[in-house]
Write a protein that binds this ligand. Structure first.
Ligand code: BDP
Length: 683
């Protein structure tokens, strides 16, 4: 009896042990919150692969670069989680991973080479930052379970400056759908959120090297000493990851509060002047002194982004000066310190043209060549706004003596906020591959940005961030993919879509083949289906004026675009507003011809008869109505696909994505109902 009892207890003890181990496994799986983003280091399950990784990554010789400390940190953290090893950092060994400087100048400030051979893996760079990016590449090789044989990788970024723009308003975030500010302004500079480092790690891992901390609708207080001291602390943390800090500057900042124009009443200026006139020596001096002050606190400060004379923001035109006058004045204050001005071209002054879409081009083209050499024009991908689809802004390729940088929007202002699963890479791809023909066929936007078509003294790209203080950073787990994809594209605008997408999936979720297939299947069609169901054929604004989320066809109709019983769309042909003429041939003729215009842009350029025959064989009316259902069909498909991954995905994230999909379904149905009701008014 006693023996039997002992036997039972031993069995029970082991059962409990197994139970608790399984229980532990389960809890650890269920507590996966998404906080780790794509740096979600998971154990490598393939034993053969694991053995090779362990063999190579157990010993590492660092290069002596200024990033060694964070490199070692990241390697320790990732290798422990993925391979259960703690690497040994060695000095002279010729095996394992060997990092060393090389004389290949063409690698530039950030490039690197990774090669594998009999003696292990070498990571070489010409400059310090190459080791940082190379290390994240080495880590990614394991995360994505790539083979280490015959590695011969050479990477240099195609764009020098790859930035995130945070539309941060000191607590809240304009067009932010993932919580409040990441920057804890009230706690800084004394108290430092560990999250700042995790944010920097995530960015460095995808190549982001610039952060604009605040909203383009800039509160002048960001330029006040107390805020600069807070900003200096962030800069210090980000610098460790090769990330520079920039600020959005309010052009009216030098003014004293009582002198500030109406639009700034809510803030007031932070100076003591009665004007912000760029010709005024006092104003020039104010900015010079401010620049000196900033650089004394942040020696590697990147510069300013400026939204001026746009949507009520103050600017040089308030004083009869041009955008160039304003930008150059700021540029001269920053120049001695190596800073730049990113002057935004998002302006739409109604006096310039009746058609809003034409205004920015008309204002900026005549200024080509008038900007100082440390000014770059920051230009949204489309000429209207961040619509779900738009033909590319015709300024790209037209400005030949002024560098232009692209501004993309990662936050889904017009694309379903953080509620919808919309993968933006296909949209950005469409933009980057857009052939401007400015120097003949093949003059794509990607090649313009990288300076291959028109020499660019400064090559840059910015994305309006979709982050906030929500635990998973972006609200929707899948919105992390847009941040990731933006970074990878910014590094290399030609990087293949499948590569970016599959690497995000593997490093965020897992390397299981079915997960990979299903998640990619979910993501890829979402941009197209969103466009079809929410803003068909690049028609323009279709959402409510406030919020930019709910359907607003009634409010937008016959204001932003035309509709009646005969036709729908915008006449921007040469006999209409003539927007087409802002494009180079053959785009101009192509867009001008209703039968040749790409259907994706049809309603942007043409007031199209409802009975116009589409390529599908259907009339415009039939196709538009049928396509409106695509949103619902897509989310239904995604729900089924996601369900098929139950058990493959950790429970908490699985459930949260399921909830997001359910909300998306409800909201997309409401959008559809509203759209159908509206279109049925016209027949
Ligand atoms: C619009 C946004 C607004 C921004 C503006 C801009 O609705 O919040 O301030 O763009 O980019 O799309 O300046």
């Amino acid at each position: 009896m006693n023996n039997h009892f002992t036997h039972v207890s031993i069995v029970l003890f082991f059962l409990c042990l197994i139970g608790s181990v399984c229980g532990y496994a389960q809890t650890s799986a269920t507590t996966d919150t998404g906080y780790q983003l794509w740096l979600n280091y998971k154990p490598v399950l393939d034993t053969r692969l694991k053995r090779t990784y362990v063999q190579h990554y157990s010993q590492i010789r660092l290069s002596g670069s200024r990033y060694d400390e964070v490199i070692a940190d990241e390697l320790k953290r990732s290798l422990k989680a993925m391979l259960t090893i703690t690497p040994e950092f060695v000095h002279n060994e010729k095996k394992g991973i060997q990092m060393s400087f090389c004389a290949d100048k063409s690698l530039g400030q950030e490039g690197y080479i990774i090669r594998s051979g009999k003696k292990g893996i070498t990571l070489q760079a010409y400059s310090d930052a190459g080791f940082l990016y190379g290390t994240f590449h080495l880590i990614r090789l394991i995360q994505c379970e790539y083979s280490l044989e015959h590695l011969n990788i050479r990477e240099t970024p195609a764009l020098d400056s790859r930035q995130l723009n945070h539309w941060d308003d000191l607590g809240t975030i304009e067009r932010g759908y993932a919580g409040r500010s990441l920057w804890k302004w009230n706690d800084l500079p004394g108290k430092i959120d560990p999250r700042y480092t995790d944010y920097a790690r995530a960015n460095a891992s995808i190549g982001i090297n610039g952060v604009i901390l605040n909203n383009v609708n800039a509160d002048p207080r960001f330029l006040r000493r107390d805020y600069l001291e807070k900003i200096a602390v962030l800069a210090q943390i980000f610098r460790k990851y090769n990330i520079r800090v920039y600020l959005a500057a309010n052009f009216g900042a030098p003014m004293k509060p009582s002198a500030t124009p109406d639009v700034m009443r809510q803030w007031g200026g932070v100076g003591n002047l009665n004007t912000a006139d760029p010709r005024n020596p006092e104003v020039q001096k104010w900015w010079k002194t401010k620049a000196d002050e900033i650089y004394s606190l942040i020696p590697d400060f990147g510069g300013f982004v400026v939204k001026a004379n746009s949507e009520g923001m103050p600017g040089p035109q308030d004083y009869g000066c041009t955008h160039a006058d304003g930008a150059n004045m700021l540029a001269r204050a920053l120049k001695p310190h190596g800073g730049i001005v990113m002057w935004r071209t998002f302006v739409y002054n109604p006096e310039i043209d009746k058609d809003r879409i034409k205004r920015s081009y008309k204002e900026f083209l005549p200024l080509d060549g008038m900007f100082d050499d440390n000014v770059i024009l920051q230009t949204k991908n489309g000429a209207l706004d961040f619509q779900p689809s738009e033909p590319a802004q015709p300024l790209f390729g037209s400005m030949t003596r002024t560098p232009l940088m692209a501004e993309l929007q990662i936050t889904q202002e017009y694309l379903g906020h953080s509620t919808y699963l919309v993968y933006l890479l296909p949209m950005w791809r469409e933009f980057l591959d857009f052939d401007t023909h400015c120097k003949g066929a093949g003059s794509t936007i990607a090649k313009i940005l990288t300076g291959e078509v028109i020499p660019q003294s400064y090559r840059a790209i910015a994305g309006v961030a979709n982050t906030g203080d929500s635990h998973n950073w972006t609200g929707h787990h899948f919105a992390q993919a847009n941040w990731f994809a933006f970074g990878r594209l910014a590094w290399n605008p030609k990087l293949e879509t499948h590569k970016i997408t599959s690497e995000w999936i593997k490093s965020t979720w897992n390397c299981d083949k079915q997960t990979l297939k299903v998640v990619e299947q979910m993501m890829m069609p979402t941009w197209k289906s969103f466009v079809c169901s929410h803003a068909p054929y690049s028609i323009g604004f279709t959402v409510q004026v406030k919020g930019h989320y709910l359907a607003g066809f009634e409010i937008r109709a016959n204001k932003e675009w035309k509709i009646d019983n005969e036709s729908i769309g915008n006449d921007r042909t040469i006999t209409g507003s003539d927007y087409v003429s802002q494009y180079f041939e053959p785009n101009r003729s192509l867009f001008n011809d209703i039968n040749q215009c790409p259907e994706l842009y049809l309603l942007c350029f043409h007031r199209t008869p409802w009975n116009h025959k589409m390529k599908s064989g259907l009339t415009l009316r039939e196709e538009l109505i049928a396509n409106l259902k695509q949103g619902i069909e897509q989310v239904d498909r995604n729900i089924e696909l996601w369900k098929s991954l139950r058990g493959k995905i950790d429970e908490r994230r699985f459930g949260e994505v399921m909830e997001s999909l359910a909300t998306e379904k409800k909201d997309t149905q409401a959008f559809y109902d509203s759209a159908i009701h509206f279109f049925n008014l016209y027949k």
